[in-house]
Design a protein around this ligand. Structure first.
Ligand SMILES: Cc1cc2nc3c(=O)[nH]c(=O)nc-3n(C[C@H](O)[C@H](O)[C@H](O)COP(=O)(O)OP(=O)(O)OC[C@H]3O[C@@H](n4cnc5c(N)ncnc54)[C@H](O)[C@@H]3O)c2cc1C
Length: 407
């Protein structure tokens, strides 16, 4: 699809789920788009992400479902494992009608990103994608934004979309430092690919509770590999962990050692330092007083990260991208109006989706052995049949009542 004459020229910073989703829809509407992605190539990695609430309807409307179905994981449910490797509680995917801890549509983050990129190619035209490039400065006036890039060039755009993740550089340049908008949620998470250990129950997301941490394994689309998922509760934020992979490994190593050898902690520990796609981040929520600063707007984690613990990051990115692109395509000559409507229309969904009910990580991970044993019991009760309707109401089905705009 080539851009229509007089189309605005939109710069998207970040080629992740949010950036690629909005790029696809803008390109399909004949709008000229440039995407800059700091990584040298599309970033692989990430474990299963869910298409929950209205994001599923958006995926249908965007024509993504055939690609998603092709890569969809066949996850059967979630099980909890004790220190000796025994399953003490299981919840099938159907128990919560596909809206529980395991959703009926699960796809790895890397595969979903590739589905979006394939659709962009299928939409035709020649999207301007620049890998290994990022914004270094923004100067805006009433009619556009002048952007300096890391490569040394300067260009002018009608709008800049910051879709560059939770630690967004666009947000820092246009709105201010992360400390103004970020709240540390008390922990760190890591996801990476590993060889599937022997005796893993096929199709099940399994998790072991350890004092101070959880250690999990999820299915991958290739049965030979699995996705490790580690969460550590740490009440004080440690800024020295940012960007220091050795320190990040050390942090998890302690808990993987404490997890013992009753289950798969030793295999996870071994894979952690050799995996090609070790992903690590702190749990942070981003609350912006507004998503728009003149001709710069924020999308996805950059504007409204709730942390992977909400299970709604991808849903928010996709719904946000749909509404932003829909509003721009409705009034390409009135970018300011489109941005105002984007924020108004998407905020009710975001406010709900970002919530982490019931005390967040403190409810999931205890520092002590006794507390961990209590959590195991609580977990068994919470997911028992009589408690399911209440659990469904409190924890799952977020954003189901949101009325998705139609474009
Ligand atoms: C490699 C990876 C693995 C992930 N795995 C999981 C997971 O397993 N489970 C989960 O719940 N969430 C995961 N996430 C987060 C999840 O993708 C997001 O919460 C959600 O999909 C919203 O996507 P986003 O596009 O807003 O942010 P992201 O997916 O974080 O994408 C942001 C993109 O911007 C790029 N970028 C960063 N800084 C700049 C810059 N200055 N200039 C240009 N580009 C920049 C990044 O390289 C990235 O490609 C992962 C993110 C990444 C990057």
């Amino acid at each position: 699809m080539s851009a229509t004459p007089n189309s605005p020229h939109i710069l998207i910073s970040g080629g992740g789920i949010a950036g690629n989703a909005v790029a696809l829809q803008l390109l399909s509407a004949g709008i000229r788009v440039t995407v800059v992605e700091r990584a040298a190539a599309p970033r692989p990695g990430g474990q299963a992400v869910d298409l929950r609430g209205p994001s599923r309807e958006v995926a249908e409307r965007m024509g993504l479902m055939p690609g998603i179905r092709k890569h969809q994981l066949n996850e059967l449910g979630m099980s909890y494992i004790d220190a000796k490797g025994r399953t003490f509680s299981s919840i099938s995917m159907e128990a919560f009608e596909g809206k529980g801890p395991v959703a009926d549509i699960e796809i790895t983050r890397g595969d979903l990103n590739q589905v979006l990129l394939d659709e962009i190619v299928a939409a035709g035209g020649t999207p301007d994608y620049r890998y290994g490039e990022w914004i270094t400065a923004l100067r805006q006036d009433d009619t556009g934004v002048e952007v300096d890039f890391s490569s040394g060039c300067t260009e002018r755009f009608d709008l800049v979309v910051g879709a560059d993740g939770v630690h967004s550089a666009t947000r820092r340049l246009a709105f201010g430092p992360e400390e103004k908008f970020g709240t540390y949620l008390g922990g760190y998470m890591s996801f990476f690919t590993m060889p599937t250990p022997p005796n893993v129950r096929p199709g099940w997301f399994a998790m072991q509770f350890v004092p101070g941490a959880t250690v999990g394994i999820r299915p991958d689309h290739d049965p030979a590999t699995a996705k490790a998922i580690l969460t550590v509760r740490r009440d004080d934020q440690d800024p020295t962990l940012r960007g220091d992979t050795v320190a990040q490994h050390r942090l998890f190593d302690k808990y993987l050692t404490e997890a013992g050898d009753g289950w798969h902690a030793p295999a996870i520990r071994e894979a952690m330092t050799t995996t090609p796609d070790f992903y690590f981040d702190e749990l942070v929520r981003i609350d912006m007083p507004t998503l728009n600063a003149g001709r710069v707007t924020l999308l996805g984690d950059a504007g409204y990260c709730g942390s992977p613990m909400t299970g709604m990051g991808t849903a928010m990115a996709i719904v946000g991208a749909y509404v932003l692109a829909g509003e721009i395509a409705s009034t390409p000559d009135d970018i300011a109006g489109a941005l105002r409507r984007y924020e108004e229309k998407v905020t009710p969904f975001l406010d709900e989706a970002k919530q982490m009910p019931g005390g967040g990580i403190k409810m999931m991970i205890s520092h002590s052995r006794f507390g961990t044993a209590v959590m195991r019991t609580t977990n068994r009760i919470m997911f028992s049949r009589p408690m399911r309707p209440l659990m469904m109401k409190i924890f799952f089905g977020k954003g189901e009542d949101y009325t998705l705009p139609t474009y």
